[in-house]
Design a protein around this ligand. Sequence first.
Ligand code: MN
Length: 418
Amino acid sequence: MIKKSPTTKQQDIISSLLLLIKQVKTLKVDSMYKAEKGTKIKYSIDAFIDAHWPIYHTEALMNESFDFSVINKLHQHLIVEVMDIIKNEQSIANQILIENNIDVKQILPQAEDSKLAHGVYMFSKNDLDIEYIVIGDVHSDDQSVVKLLDATDFYHKVATDVKIKLIFMGDYVDRGKAHLKTLERILLLKILFPENIYLLRGNHDGGKFQEDGTIKLPYRIPDQDQLVDYFPKYLEQIINDGRGIEIKLLEDYFMLFDHLPYIAFIWTESGVVQCVHGGLPKPFFGRDHLDFTQPYDFIETLSMLTCYPELDNAGATILENLMWSDPYNGGEDYKMAYKRFKFTHEHFNAYAEKIGIWKMLRGHEARAEGFEINHQGLVYTIFSSGDTLDSHYNGVDACYAQVKQSGDIVIHHFIESI
Ligand SMILES: [Mn+2]
């Protein structure tokens, strides 16, 4: 038997990726076997991923003979492709709209559908009945992603031209057991189905190299946690052990995270639904309240939500506010001086009125029931990892939200309890 060199294996995996892309494309346009097309697409994708990953991802790190060089090449390729797709989603028409308006419900019907400007996706008024599936934190839980795709009948729908759009609200990595495998599946889905998959950024989707070569993370790792439970630390260990992953891959992931959008606005007959990882910009943005009569008077255009130059009283940007804040639901105080602050029902109302939204969907907080509804039915928390062997969140009844054209929001649980 001839043992393949690492370089050959790296080329092989790119060839099988290109083959997979071709297969899925062919299956999508195939007019025969309608009923089985979705199943065939699912098996092609699963077979591709399962061919180079052990069932439980952390085994790869433990298994000294596991070769990461194949993953290194593949993931660098996936990142380039996804960056290219995001670049092509940019819309100058939407850019002009959000730079010159503050009321999203006024401009959404005329915005370019499913396009991006200043880190904001616009899902415009549409003649077709599109099913929006909004997904909360998955935190390196690949098995929950697999189950969610089955539960939404995703592959069958994309194979038979049923309009479905999955919006992930960030926190793809950390805490769970399958950092790279989860990213691989999600990036692959974005490449294979760019018009059905949309990726927002969470507070865990970040990090950067400092001048001394150490990594600065956007969050603090609790003392009781293992470093390898956190994606950048996991990758750093593989790099330091010389197991075939280049430092460039981690740099590329940091770059990709920096390019992920922050907000999605969905048009419905009842009003605009906003999707974001955490919540709102800080009320008054930490300034002297006397400057303003309303907490969101400082926002003058929609583009300011993602392009505001100043820092709040905790030294955080609006982008960080959007990824870190939580709805206040009683108990502890608002902690308005902290980066992770809590916003009240009144804050939400002021924000919603200012920018013209109706409801908000967000992730960021694990809840035993998988979801929570706050602020008199206007703010939904959705958490999408739970009760799988990849998950850190056993005991969470993972769910996703379905947003209908009418504005109805339906919560679906998708993991059978063991
Ligand atoms: Mn989070």
